[in-house]
Design a protein around this ligand. Structure first.
Ligand code: ZN
Length: 483
């Protein structure tokens, strides 16, 4: 009998925090069972030839919105299919009560099992959830969510306050279906999360969308009245980096007071990153994750001018100088994680009118390709750094490491086998998402996965999606760490 179910042979293996090593990977029962200089072909039931390619840990895309604008089961299937194209084998999706998603409110004791039920059997890859406590009763549910349901991260939206800020045409209370959704509510979320964190070995954390509501009100009115700006440039002017700065400062004060683990999501600008670093230096003991997205790294307002509203997103697409500041931050460790913030949003939901257009778009198919093409090929960022920000660090931040996010004996055999020289122009067809447009359209990208392996079995083989929904719910409870 063969020693291994599958052997990935002759690839250059990239291990986060270690580097690149030429070796073979032996897989047994879905896990990595051996890393050896050379494993004989006769020791393998299945052989995957990785010669001339690099083998990366499967991407861990921890900013995702399964089912935000479409039926949850359908969206889970189509959008996790898109993930395998980008070498992603785990997603952690946001969910909340209020408008969109299930479009209702109520306790998570009722809502969360319904979300899980709707996704079950529809995911191509493994998936977990971050939840947003929208009601004060949700805060009381945090210990149960952590200990019983495997949810270890909780989101707060700094800008759902006052008048509506999702599109500015409806009021925030109707949108969130909550009552006191303000900094007092955030403070109580942080207190509860810190309290639970002290009782478990894992990392329980609060994730923040940082834009400041009152400043948005002023800048949105000014942008609307300014005839010189339109389209995505108008949107950028309406939600400038100053609103991120103030919101990060507010968050820093509260996180320091409560000693909570903090995740600053989708930092979009040079000013946002600079502010996050100022807060980190001011409070050296603070555990802070600093995330950016593919689109904030790779897309600029200047380049999307005249190309419609497909790139409308919160926070907005910024300028080329912001792209470069974020790439520099990624290189030097100031940016700690990169995610797609994938939200499948059809062209008809964008339309021609800036303000009612729904925010968000997909990008998970580009996670490794854009990081490799724009990061490694164009800017010389080493692959070892890329696997840290796209796999290891997000897995660590959200209680999935070392089961996910690395290549080690005992880890799940989640791998992306990448041809660094394969070049493709981004189209909707290449992305395999249900989304019928992409703001990345037309960009030439070099470095694509040819094969993606989930727990030892191919989900993407020779550039083709493999049928079957083998994805399992990721129970991110503290007990699972190191299991
Ligand atoms: Zn998001």
């Amino acid at each position: 009998m063969a020693r291994f179910d599958t052997v990935v042979k002759d690839g250059l293996v990239v291990i986060p925090y270690v580097g690149q090593i030429k070796m073979d990977i032996g897989i047994r029962e879905g896990r990595i069972a051996a890393l050896e200089d050379r494993i004989e072909s006769t020791d393998a039931s299945e052989l995957v030839d990785a010669s001339g390619k690099v083998v990366l840990p499967g991407g861990v895309d921890t900013h995702f919105h399964l089912g935000i604008y479409r039926d949850m089961a359908q969206d889970t299937e189509s959008e996790t299919t898109s993930s395998v194209v980008g070498g992603v084998t785990s997603v952690v999706s946001y969910a909340r009560t209020g408008q969109h998603y299930l479009n209702k409110s109520g306790p998570y004791k009722e809502i969360f099992p319904e979300i899980l039920e709707r996704c079950a059997g529809h995911a191509r890859i493994d998936y977990g959830f971050h939840l947003a406590p929208m009601l004060s009763e949700h805060i009381q549910e945090i210990p149960w969510l952590v200990n019983e349901m495997g949810v270890s991260s909780f989101k707060y939206f700094m800008f759902y306050k006052g008048f509506n800020l999702a599109s500015d045409s409806r009021d925030a209370q109707a949108y969130t279906m909550s009552e006191d959704y303000d900094l007092g509510h955030l403070f109580e979320i942080m207190e509860k999360v810190a309290e639970v964190n002290a009782t478990v070995p894992g990392r329980i954390s609060v994730s923040l969308h940082c834009e400041q509501a009152e400043l948005l009100r002023v800048f949105i009115e000014r942008a609307k009245a300014d005839p010189r700006v339109s389209g995505l440039a108008e949107y950028n002017a309406a939600r400038p980096p100053l609103t991120e700065r103030l919101s990060i400062e507010e968050a820093g004060v509260l996180a320091d007071a409560t000693k909570v683990n903090l995740n600053l999501l989708h930092l979009s600008s040079e000013l946002a990153l600079k502010t996050a670093m100022e807060v980190a230096r001011r409070y050296p003991a603070m555990d802070m994750v600093r995330e950016t997205t593919l689109h904030h790294l790779a897309l600029a307002c200047e380049d999307l001018e005249g190309k419609g509203l497909g790139g409308k997103v919160n926070p907005p697409i910024r300028d080329r100088s912001d792209n470069e500041a974020l790439w520099a931050g990624l290189r030097h460790g100031l940016i700690t994680t990169v995610a797609s913030d994938h939200a499948c949003c059809m062209e008809e939901s964008k339309g021609d009118d800036l303000w009612p257009a729904l925010p968000g778009f997909g990008g998970t198919a580009l996670l490794y390709p854009v990081l490799i093409s724009e990061g490694m090929h164009k800017r010389g960022i080493p692959l070892s750094r890329i696997v840290e920000v796209a796999a290891a660090a997000p897995a660590q931040a959200y209680n999935l490491y070392p089961r996910k996010g690395t290549i080690a004996v005992g880890s799940d055999a989640d791998l992306a086998i990448v041809d660094l020289d394969l070049e493709q122009v981004v189209t909707t067809e290449v992305c395999h998402s249900a989304q019928d447009h992409t703001p990345f359209e037309g960009i030439a990208v070099k470095g694509w996965p040819t094969d993606t392996i989930l727990r030892g079995e191919p989900v993407f083989r020779d550039g083709e999606v493999v049928d079957g929904n083998r994805g399992e719910y990721l129970h991110r409870s503290a007990q699972l760490v190191g299991a």
